[in-house]
Design a protein around this ligand. Sequence first.
Ligand SMILES: C[S@@+](CC[C@H](N)C(=O)[O-])C[C@H]1O[C@@H](n2cnc3c(N)ncnc32)[C@H](O)[C@@H]1O
Length: 249
Amino acid sequence: MSLLLREHDLARAFDHAACTYDSLTSLNPGYHTDLLRSARRLRLPDDGAGLHVLDVGCGTGASTRALLRAAPRARITAVDASAGMLRRALAKPWPARVRFLHLTAEEVTAAGEGPFDAAFAAYLFRNVTDPDAVLSSVRTLLRPGGRISAHEYTLSGRRRHRALWAAVCHGVVIPAGTLTGDRALYRHLWHSVIAFDTAPAFAGRLTRAGFTGVRVAPVSGWQTGMVHTFLARNGPSPARTTTARERVR
Ligand SMILES: C[S@@+](CC[C@H](N)C(=O)[O-])C[C@H]1O[C@@H](n2cnc3c(N)ncnc32)[C@H](O)[C@@H]1O
């Protein structure tokens, strides 16, 4: 039996885990600081004034909060596949320019959302069935030159980071998840990182998807070598009239 959960099974697992998700992530030193760093790496000008930003796979809103702190004047649309995670997000106080939608990453384009000036995806891509298709639809949703910051568990490729990831999962993450009744989800977390791209491979995937200026930045602390920020732009833009939105380019 595969340890990986996908689509409805994954959404159901997150629905169940939603009530303990914030407590468990608060035990992870650096979780919120690293999200904020990756959101700030979008370098949105003017505190995001006049910009529309997508948070794809927003969960209980931790990444949305990071975006809001990085760009306090931006309009933010946050989407997630799990109704349970979204309920937790919605229970928190938000300004009116932040809205949450129950949509999968795969459904955002067909729902008529966008265009967006930037997209943030924290811990999303290794969870989707077809990351290339989701990258392609994020590109469709972004204005030409729009920015993406993907914050993801991606191993460096070094043996010691792979060993540390296994030790953390088997020593802490899976036992904690077992106590909350979410063993399958946290086994999925362990295995999805092993099965997903290394950091250089995901950077290559972004480039192949048509993103330009792809950069990989490490996070600090114990997750160094296991979590990275991937920054890129929605590349070649067609000839067009210059607009204020081009400030994000
Ligand atoms: C590990 S959580 C991260 C949540 C949040 N971004 C954060 O940083 O705390 C991953 C989230 O991605 C969502 N997710 C997984 N696959 C998805 C998909 N195909 N479309 C939208 N959301 C998805 C899950 O429901 C879950 O809430």
